[in-house]
Design a protein around this ligand. Structure first.
Ligand SMILES: [Zn+2]
Length: 283
């Protein structure tokens, strides 16, 4: 079943390009935090991650969380939050039926609290890894507990408690995943590595064909096209370095086998360009 995907830019942080991939310049580049609005014909409006919001700045106003903003300065204006972008289009926060949380880094859950009626979908392994963490322990995981809704556990569905199914062959070398609504519209695949319990989503956009939202399994399209690992210093922050390498290689193989597929890392400059309306893609 086809869906409609709209990409939304919620702001950016700055990082040296050399950290993001081998061969990158020693130059600060913006890492935009892109979220996706998925219009599902049966299940309504869903989000893939929620990017930044002004809540990020409140959550990082005090030590030790303020170090987060010092290490990676964040630039996000109030009108860039998903809630405000939706308001400008006449979508109420209560219209969002579900949010797919790829992982719990703060630049992916910044807007979670803005959607009080949404069902929350994540991997149990990801949630268990951050659950209850505060202070330094949270900061080490790039996790800000203040961004989490108080009733998270009442609204969550743990995707990885479901049944693994074989993926369509066209998604090789990815072979198994979770068919979220059992209608073949959203296939969730394990991308553990960058963060514990990270996942990505295969979907078919009704206008643009096959898309793979691969979260932070790569930081740029250049990285998966060339199978270019991040700088060794940046690799230190990966939760499971071996798994990260394997998934980056898998993304690389996928991109070679399916040049038509839009493989979208959350922070990629090309995805950001696509979010600005063009949705054109280089393969
Ligand atoms: Zn991340």
């Amino acid at each position: 079943m086809d869906v409609k995907l709209t990409l939304m830019d919620t702001g950016y942080c700055q990082q040296l390009e050399m950290f993001s991939r081998k061969g990158g310049r020693m130059k600060n580049i913006p890492f935009h935090a892109i979220a996706g609005l998925i219009e599902h014909p049966v299940h309504g409006l869903l989000l893939f991650d929620t990017g930044y919001s002004q809540r990020f700045f409140e959550a990082t106003s005090k030590l030790p969380y303020s170090l987060y903003g010092k290490l990676t300065p964040v630039f996000s204006k109030a009108h860039e939050s998903i809630a405000e972008q939706h308001a400008a289009r006449g979508i109420q926060t209560t219209d969002i039926a579900g949010i797919l949380i790829s992982h719990f880094h703060a630049d992916h859950i910044g807007g979670l609290r803005d959607f009080p009626h949404a069902r929350l979908y994540c991997f149990e392994s990801a949630y268990n890894h951050v659950k209850g963490k505060t202070g330094w322990a949270a900061l080490r995981e790039a996790y800000l507990p203040d961004l989490m809704p108080d009733d998270f556990e009442e609204r969550v569905t743990f995707i990885d408690r479901g049944e693994l199914v074989a993926l369509p062959e066209a998604y090789a070398p990815y072979t198994e995943g979770y068919d979220l609504f059992a209608d073949q519209s959203l296939y969730i695949v394990d991308l553990n590595g960058h963060a514990i319990g990270q996942f990505g989503v295969f979907l078919r956009d009704r206008d643009h064909g096959d898309v793979f939202l691969c979260a932070d399994a790569a930081w740029s399209s250049e990285a998966y096209r060339g199978n270019l690992l991040p700088h060794p210093l940046a690799m230190l922050i990966m939760a499971d370095r071996q798994a990260y390498r394997e998934h980056l290689h898998r993304l690389h193989v996928l991109s070679r086998q399916r040049p038509d597929m839009k493989i979208m890392p959350t922070h990629c400059g090309e995805v950001w360009q696509a979010s600005r309306g063009a949705f054109t893609w280089r393969s």
